[in-house]
Design a protein. Structure first.
Length: 446
């Protein structure tokens, strides 16, 4: 037996054998005609499929169904979707109610399909008794202050302890530490009450013994307690002393102290800015050595003497003293000490060839030189008038005056504003003055 030859051809029909046909052999015998037709059709179909797969044969396709169809699901979930093949189709599934009311339940009943068929609250019979837990079991933290049979976890206990001691520091967070802090005194409240009874009241206390209080800042002026130290300082007793021996700056903290200078050579000291000390601040300065001390103000500030409106630069001589006070935020005033005497009205002076000097007793010394250009007495107008009396007037001829006279005497017509002199010869005779009657004179009064 051999194989038929296959031809990829769609035969128009497949013949069958007649009832009286006699079968014969061979590939071309009439008996193989039906089989050959089927073989050719099979080869034709295979070739069509191969050509369609390879793309050699263009086949026709359908993009949608001619009539759309519904796809429906029923049961615990239901949905219906219409589908015609033109695209994907989706639908939301609606779950059927299980018969259990919606809620949160600790106990539920589930059937073999995983559906909840019943639910209820927890009952005491659901809980085991005499449970022995192991590991690190946890429980919800109860609200602070809860006082029920609810489980208290460690967080609840620690919070309760912290609330008990009000988050006290580590040194006072146990009862033992608190007891130690109270002196282990079981009657602490009574002890403290008795001690407080011995204390002075805040209102009108009657203090005894030698009570003390903080000394307020210098120049403080309010209702604070004034200690004896504060009072002594306010009365003019100095708070201390400080010594400077070289050129430098005087500290603002030296206010209210004695400032001593101790240098054999001249030095220059800069006083602090008036803006850095309070009103009323003063410095008492004295020079205890031979070097002169020049006092200069800070930049942009000035020093004045009492009774003199012109800014000065004081020079404190050996043994001299000076009292300086804050005059304003940019100025100082010398108002005491030996260095101020020259600016006092009691020590007023005009230190020149014709001048005067006032003394504290009221005595005034006046002096000068006079030349008479005419014949007769020489009359001199004093630099200042004597307030009360002209006590005495003297004149001394200057060497080189004409011979024949030896002295001068006042005429007796002295006044509070003038003195007058005549020329007197060696035997005491008053003679007429000449044009060159030249004398030094001195007047004393008060």
């Amino acid at each position: 037996m051999g194989n038929l030859n296959e031809t990829a051809n769609w035969e128009p029909g497949v013949p069958y054998f007649a009832a009286d046909a006699i079968l014969t052999g061979g590939p071309d015998c009439p008996d193989n005609i039906p089989i050959q037709a089927l073989t050719n059709r099979t080869a034709f179909l295979k070739k069509q499929i191969d050509d369609a797969v390879s793309g050699a044969l263009v086949t026709m396709t359908a993009k949608k169904l001619q009539t759309a169809r519904d796809i429906t699901m029923t049961g615990d979930g239901a949905w219906v979707v219409s589908f015609d093949g033109s695209g994907n189709a989706t639908a939301a599934m609606a779950l059927a109610d299980s018969g259990v009311v919606a809620g949160t339940y600790p106990v539920v009943t589930v059937d073999s399909k995983g559906r909840v068929t019943a639910a209820r609250a927890l009952q005491s019979s659901d809980l085991p008794t005499n449970v022995v837990l192991s590991g690190a079991p946890i429980a919800p933290t109860a609200e602070p202050g809860t006082n029920t049979l609810q489980i208290a976890n460690t967080a609840y206990v620690q919070a309760a302890i912290a609330a008990l001691v009000a988050s006290s520091p580590a040194a006072l967070d146990t009862l033992n530490e608190l007891a130690a802090a109270l002196g282990n005194d079981p009657n602490f409240a009574t002890t403290m009450t008795n001690l407080l009874a011995q204390k002075a009241p805040l209102a009108s206390p009657a203090l005894t013994g030698n009570p003390t209080a903080p000394t307020q800042a210098q120049f403080d002026n309010d209702t604070s307690i004034a200690t004896t130290e504060f009072v002594q300082r306010a009365l003019g007793n100095y708070a201390g002393s400080i010594t400077y021996a070289a050129t430098g700056n005087i500290s603002a903290t030296a206010a209210g102290k004695i400032i001593a200078f101790d240098s054999t050579s001249p030095i220059t000291m800069t006083i602090p800015s008036a803006a850095t000390v309070p009103d009323g601040a003063s410095f008492f300065m004295l020079n205890g050595n031979s070097g002169a001390v020049t006092l200069q103000a800070s930049a942009g500030e000035s020093i004045f003497y009492l009774g003199d409106g012109t800014a000065k630069t004081p020079v404190l001589a050996a043994g001299g003293s000076l009292l300086l006070r804050r005059l304003s935020a940019v100025s100082w005033q010398v108002f005491g000490g030996t260095d101020q005497l020259g600016f006092s009205a009691n020590f007023g002076s005009l230190l020149s060839a014709t001048g005067y000097q006032k003394l504290p007793s009221g005595i005034i010394l006046q002096w000068g030189r006079a030349v008479n250009g005419t014949v007769g007495p020489i009359t001199i107008t004093l630099p200042i008038a004597f307030p009360t009396a002209n006590l005495i007037a003297l004149a001394f001829p200057i060497i080189g005056t004409p011979t024949g006279w030896d002295s001068a005497t006042h005429t007796g017509s002295n006044s509070l504003t003038q003195v007058a002199f005549n020329r007197r010869s060696g035997n005491g005779t008053t003679i007429s003055a000449t044009s060159n009657f030249d004398v030094y004179w001195l007047a004393i009064g008060h």
